[in-house]
Design a protein around this ligand. Structure first.
Ligand SMILES: Nc1ncnc2c1ncn2[C@@H]1O[C@H](COP(=O)(O)OP(=O)(O)O)[C@@H](O)[C@H]1O
Ligand code: SF4
Ligand SMILES: [Mg+2]
Length: 337
């Protein structure tokens, strides 16, 4: 069953007079109940902006210019005030890159859990100090922290512990959708791996829908059921119900991302970066935005923007060569990507 469906979402930043940056461009996607979906792409391609748009957390200078976002069939894009609060209550939560950003530096973890529970009056009840304590111990237990953390301030915790505490806060209202925006990027590799394992286990055990945003293809491949690839504000590949596998039929940008990631099990690992840089998002795109960096670009790539087209596997690819018919995809492959 579909939990969230976005259609034609456009998000614009208007940082100053006359300045407009189209950070998310005509994005449509759907998330099934209990699904773990990844969004991957280079820094600046619009992943976080999309995550905030889907959960109605955009802040000026960002605006949802157009689009429909339905959560359990209710269009939440136009909701404000109490209507939005009502929808957020148990609806969705966001975990950001640094736990420090999500936590209040001058309140203990106990107080912060209490703040969330009181603010949303889960079940209409008043939360006594003891009840907050008990729920706090339970939530910290879910993320592998012991009860002593309740009395501590964020600065008294390590980076990994802070991120776990931030996840405990996100779980407090038992949301149906959690967006994890680069949840492990600020942490060292060992802590990163342990935290990702915990997120996977939590998702499996509690059954919420998860959207994992990351610039790191290896993190997304390891954790998610399905990956969506973004480039310059657009979805260029959506694997549909398929798990993304290296070697399948992919957008040239997805293939380039694969080449940036090391499989630790492989003997010979040759990593390649993607030459060039992403385009300026203040300009419209009437051609393929990836063309200047694409090794198989041909004539029409420079003057016609490819649309996201379904490919046989149930997924979709936006590429003149890989996204259209099987024959032209094969021609593209022979073209030498
Ligand atoms: N506060 C802001 N003001 C103006 N433009 C912004 C702001 N934040 C992001 N952008 C623009 O939106 C684009 C997408 O940003 P973001 O969603 O943060 O990308 P990602 O999460 O993929 O790194 C950026 O490339 C930038 O051009
Ligand atoms: S449309 Fe053309 S330039 Fe764009 S990714 Fe496909 S082959 Fe490359
Ligand atoms: Mg981001």
């Amino acid at each position: 069953m579909i939990l969230l469906e976005a259609k034609g979402v456009n998000v614009v930043y208007q940082p100053g007079r006359g300045e407009r940056i189209w950070a998310v461009r005509d994005v449509s996607l759907s998330l099934e109940e209990g699904e773990f979906v990844g969004v991957v792409g280079e820094s600046g391609c619009g992943k976080s902006t999309l995550g905030f748009a889907l959960t109605q957390m955009l802040q000026p200078p960002a605006f949802l210019e157009s689009g429909v976002i339905e959560f359990r069939g209710v269009d939440i894009a136009g909701l404000r005030g109490e209507g939005l609060r009502h929808q957020r209550r148990r609806g969705f939560a966001v975990v950001l890159q640094s736990g420090m950003n999500a936590l209040n530096p001058v309140r203990t973890i106990h107080h912060q859990i209490g703040d969330v529970l009181q603010a949303h009056k889960l079940g209409g009840e008043h939360w006594s100090k003891d009840a907050v304590h008990d729920r706090g111990v339970e939530l910290l237990g879910m993320v592998g922290l012991d009860s002593s953390v309740l009395g501590r301030f964020p600065h008294e915790l390590s980076g990994g512990m802070r991120q776990r505490a931030a996840i405990a806060l996100a779980l407090a209202l038992e949301p149906e959708l959690i967006v994890f925006d680069e949840p492990t990027t600020a942490l060292d590799v060992i802590v990163q791996a342990a935290l990702m394992e915990m997120i996977k286990e939590l998702q499996r055990a509690r059954g919420f829908t998860a959207l994992l945003i990351s610039h790191d293809m290896s993190v997304v491949l390891d954790a998610t059921d399905r990956a969506i690839v973004m480039y310059a504000g657009r979805i260029v590949e959506d694997q549909g119900s398929m798990q993304m596998v290296q070697g399948g039929r992919h957008h040239p940008y997805t293939e380039a991302l694969f080449r940036c990631y090391a499989d630790p099990r492989a003997d010979d690992v040759v990593l390649q970066d993607i030459p060039g840089s992403p385009p300026d998002l203040s300009l419209p795109d009437s051609s393929c935005a990836f063309a200047p960096r694409c090794t198989i670009a041909e004539g029409r790539c420079w003057h016609e923007r490819p649309l996201l087209a379904e490919v046989g596997s149930g997924g979709a690819i936006a590429c003149h060569l890989r996204g259209s018919s099987e024959e032209s995809a094969m021609e593209g492959r022979q073209g030498g990507a």
